[in-house]
Design a binder for this molecule. Structure first.
Ligand SMILES: Cc1cc2nc3c(=O)[nH]c(=O)nc-3n(C[C@H](O)[C@H](O)[C@H](O)COP(=O)(O)OP(=O)(O)OC[C@H]3O[C@@H](n4cnc5c(N)ncnc54)[C@H](O)[C@@H]3O)c2cc1C
Length: 352
């Protein structure tokens, strides 16, 4: 079995790694401290044709597969988790549902500018009282002629304050449970749409996480994504792809933490030798490397078949790599912290 990346994917990996190290690395800490979404980085990602990697070329994307997308997400996460997070939210949550479930007109009007990198996307499912139990939502969309009127509050929405379109989930048929939820393409400039909070988080603050209020937001029926009642099925399919990109992002975060720890352990000397020469330190570094490689292989395994299953059920491997990579990221950041020393520890801890 061949575990190497295809040539095209390796080429993209080199391009993104170089871009991330030269353009994002130098500002990664500063944008975290300033809680600043780096618009210029996303513009440049658009110029590199990376804002719609898995979207078809005819819709403005790069026509790549999910493996290529995972490679890009990992490289961004390695240098800045926040840039990686906003990037995957834009792609997996803001863009791909329109590509997968939208009409030709919706794809042309709303997905193309996202895929070409002219606009930023967001996706609003979560609410203050519905998180894991996401279908138990209070946001409603009531039909009024050829329009819907949306009322509700959405919570923890990535990119909402910088987005040009937000895919909002709302109940169109109260009492119908999973079958009563629909998705609407909402323009944040519309009357009644307001970002009420941009949350301070423990980290990843260059990626805005917002609360939004929808107060009588009117959308024409041509902004309904798919059919009325399709919203929950679309959500599950969207999260299938999202899990792969979060796994890739988490693998990248762990890789970045690992490299910082390894470099510091090699450079820092105690008892007349680099601390990496001590077995206890070396064992931890080797163990981090092994766990990251495991997460990467699982992620690539899930991403590989994904291109063939876009419209099908959850690929069984999709949940596994995210769990592995999330666990690694937490474990490796914890393991690496004592070895990073005071100089670099702030990179992985809360700026405020
Ligand atoms: C940085 C960030 C960005 C986000 N971006 C978006 C976005 O763009 N769009 C969007 O819609 N949402 C977004 N979210 C929201 C995210 O999807 C929710 O945080 C998630 O669904 C969990 O919901 P919750 O935070 O309300 O936790 P809760 O559902 O309240 O869960 C609290 C705890 O209980 C545990 N728990 C819950 N149910 C069970 C169970 N059945 N068994 C065992 N344990 C359980 C959970 O694992 C968790 O530890 C974002 C969140 C974060 C932190």
């Amino acid at each position: 079995m061949d575990f190497t990346l295809p040539d095209k994917h390796e080429m993209i990996q080199d391009v993104v790694r170089d871009f991330a190290e030269t353009e994002i690395g130098p500002i990664a800490q500063e944008i975290e401290e300033d809680h600043r979404f780096p618009e210029e980085v996303f513009e440049e990602l658009g110029e590199l044709d990376l804002m719609g990697v898995p979207a078809p070329k005819e819709n403005g994307g790069a026509g790549g597969d999910y493996l290529m997308y995972a490679v890009v997400a990992e490289e961004l996460g390695r240098v800045s988790g926040a840039v990686g997070l906003s990037y995957v939210a834009h792609t997996s949550l803001g863009l791909m549902p329109i590509i997968n479930f939208g009409s030709d007109e919706q794809i042309e009007e709303w997905a193309r500018p996202l895929a070409e990198g002219d606009e930023i996307g967001a996706w609003a499912l979560t609410e203050p009282s519905s998180g894991s139990d996401a279908s138990d939502m209070n946001t409603v969309a009531e039909r009024d002629g050829d329009e819907y009127v949306i009322d509700g509050t959405k919570q923890f929405i990535t990119n909402a304050n910088v987005a040009n379109s937000v895919l909002v989930k709302a109940v169109t048929e109260p009492g119908a449970g999973y079958d009563g939820i629909s998705t609407f393409i909402v323009d944040p400039d519309q009357d009644g749409f307001e970002v009420t909070t941009v949350w301070d988080k423990m980290g990843l603050n260059a990626s805005p996480t917002c609360e939004i209020q929808l107060d009588g937001v009117r959308v024409h029926e041509n902004r309904l994504l798919g059919e009325e009642g399709d919203g929950w099925t679309q959500t599950k399919k969207t999260l299938d792809g999202g899990r792969i990109s979060i796994a890739a992002l988490s693998t990248g975060l762990a890789q970045g933490a690992f490299e910082a720890a390894r470099d510091y352990a090699t450079e820092r000397e105690q008892f007349d030798r680099p601390v990496s020469k001590f077995d206890a330190v070396r064992d931890m570094i080797v163990s981090m490397d092994r766990k990251i490689e495991r997460a990467r292989l699982l992620t690539h395994k899930a991403a590989g078949p994904r291109r063939l299953r876009l419209h099908h059920r959850l690929p069984a491997p999709a949940v596994l790599p995210r769990r592995q990579a999330d666990g690694n990221r937490r474990g490796d950041q914890r393991d690496s912290a004592p070895r990073l020393g005071p100089r670099t520890r702030a990179v992985t801890s809360s700026p405020r």
